[in-house]
Design a protein around this ligand. Structure first.
Ligand code: NAP
Ligand code: MG
Length: 510
């Protein structure tokens, strides 16, 4: 992933200079010690065309929900409302599934090249409106604009381009046996990468001739609704993509709807398990992308400054709201102390604040509820005896915020070492030998991702063969590509998204 380099330098010997987030004054920007702070660099919002109210996107049209209910989506950085969004009911979900089923008859029979053309069109429209999409993503979800602009939206476009390319070559993706699309796909996505998760779901489904009903997360529905506008703009046949907004119950209705042939879910392990139970025996195909508690292993021969940057990116990227976040740092004991000194100095330079400021590294927590979860887990870490470090950091008075945090003196039994925090909180453990590193890394019920830093290529191979994770990054972290399959083991779920493996999840073969 284009892990946007932090705006501040990580000079190891510099004194930590706490920098307030948000509203940087234009007066004298030299704090004590003579270091310059940053001038505000807010992204413009005057090009936005948000409506006051968004309806459900069913059968190619925006339609009010049967019960007429709407809920506000707010900006978590300010708690200000952005737009009213429809709350779907069972009748609306049924209508959306029926529309997708009707559309499937002709969409599934279109030559692949024609489907590919629609996907290319969507990819180009995403590129054309990327500034607007990036700003709305940051406003609705709280992530820094540098991330939505440089990482999320480019990857969204890439995903559509990649799958557009496959649409007329599927006989090469699945050689030797006939393949068929599955039908209507019910797709439920979380709030941490709203448009990217939409792309991961919709692009492969459409490329292979399926139709879709998608439910975005309640706190971040807006970019999915802008995407619905793009579907209209691209002239996508009615009903091929439908978007039903609302809370968890809408997702529960969608995955249970009898007309749905395939369910693709990304979200928490608890809800994933509930869906798996509900679908047992139904004959529906299911893929689950769930939580994680990734080990990020650093050996004493690793290039230290690069590893520090990798660790920072691994946990503080997107406020730690990342399923594959490197939330357990395993440091080789012989270098743990100097490494932690550099890491904490680097943390003190992270700029927390206004997500729309281009200098911001860490934005707002997505919701009050998520902030509550993070706060509770961090309190448990302190209560269980771990030592908490938080750099001096002025947080804005409104909105939902949590400072970059790091725990040392962590025991593997602590909740902060076992449970997914899904926030900017790193738990540090140590190890002595590679075998111990593997044992500690695998001491989790999850298995989504892992990272390893060492100069030794042989050790990278040795470690990656033994760490039980769907993705192992070596001397880097958070790299994504539409051609590379992504997914988990154990309680991180099953099925892969991206690459040929991701396409295979949307077809029947033989
Ligand atoms: P969540 O509560 O499981 O929600 C995910 C989605 O499911 C949301 O759209 C949610 O709707 C909906 N939902 C809630 N209850 C449901 C139910 N009973 N049946 C069907 N759908 C239901 O998870 P979250 O807190 O939003 O997201 C964070 C989790 O997602 C983390 O655990 C993270 O690790 C995981 N995640 C995994 C990946 C991956 O690729 N493996 C990627 C991103 C996130 P509402 O939002 O309206 O409640
Ligand atoms: Mg919101």
């Amino acid at each position: 992933m284009a892990t946007s380099p932090p705006t501040t330098s990580a000079t190891p010997d510099a004194a930590p200079a706490p920098r307030p987030g948000g509203g940087h004054g234009a007066e004298d920007r030299r704090p004590a010690g003579g270091r310059f702070t940053y001038a505000p660099a807010p992204e413009a919002t005057d090009h936005l065309r948000l409506r006051d109210r968004y309806e459900l996107f069913i059968d190619g049209q925006f339609r009010p929900p049967a019960a007429g209910e709407h809920r506000l989506s707010i900006n978590p950085a300010t708690e200000e409302p952005l737009a009213e969004v429809a709350e779907a009911g069972p009748e609306d979900v049924e209508r959306a599934v029926a529309a997708a089923a009707r559309a499937f008859r002709s969409w599934s029979r279109l030559p692949g090249g024609r489907r590919g053309r629609y996907l290319f069109r969507l990819a180009r429209l995403i590129q054309e409106r990327q500034r607007e999409l990036a700003v709305v993503e940051s406003l609705d979800g709280g992530k820094p604009i540098r991330e939505s602009r440089d990482v999320d939206i480019p990857l969204v476009a890439q995903h559509f381009f990649y799958h557009a390319g496959w649409a007329d070559k599927l006989d090469h993706a699945f050689p030797g046996a006939p393949w068929r699309p599955l039908g209507v796909c019910g797709q439920v996505i979380p709030w941490n990468f709203p448009l990217m998760m939409l792309a991961w779901k919709i692009a492969p489904a459409l490329a292979t001739g399926n139709t879709v009903v998608l439910k975005p997360a309640e706190t971040t529905p807006l970019t999915a609704l802008l995407f619905a506008e793009l579907c209209q703009q691209a002239g996508l046949p009615d009903g091929v993509v439908n978007v039903v907004t609302g809370g968890g119950p809408v997702g529960a209705q969608l995955v249970r709807a009898p007309g749905v042939a395939k369910v693709a879910f990304t979200g928490s392990t608890a809800v994933g398990k509930e869906i798996q139970r509900a679908l047992a025996g139904s004959g529906k195909r299911l893929s689950l992308e769930l939580g994680g508690k990734a080990a990020h292993v650093v050996f004493d021969d690793a290039p230290m400054d690069q590893a520090v940057e990798g660790v920072i990116n691994g946990i503080y990227f997107n406020q730690g709201h990342v399923c594959c976040a490197g939330s357990r740092l395993l440091l080789q004991e012989s270098m743990a102390e100097p490494f932690l000194r550099r890491l904490t100095r680097r943390m003190a330079r992270l700029r927390v604040g206004d997500p729309l400021d281009k200098n911001t590294d860490v934005g707002a927590i997505n919701s009050r509820e998520q902030l509550g979860r993070i706060t509770e887990l961090v309190a448990s870490g302190v209560a269980q005896g771990a030592r908490l470090y938080q750099p001096p950091c002025e947080l804005p008075s409104r909105g939902f915020w949590f400072p970059p945090s790091l725990f040392t003196d962590v025991a593997p039994s602590h909740r902060i070492a076992r449970e997914e925090i899904f926030g900017p909180v790193l738990a540090v453990l140590t190890f002595r030998t590679p075998a111990e590193a593997v044992e500690r890394a695998n001491n989790t019920r999850y298995g989504l991702s892992a990272g390893v830093w060492t100069q030794s290529g042989a050790r990278i191979l040795w470690m990656s063969q033994r760490m039980r994770a769907g993705v192992v990054w070596a001397n880097t972290y958070n790299q994504f590509d539409a051609a590379a399959p992504f997914g988990g083991f154990r309680e991180s779920g099953f099925g892969r998204e991206g690459g040929v493996q991701g396409l295979a999840a949307y077809v029947e073969r033989g």
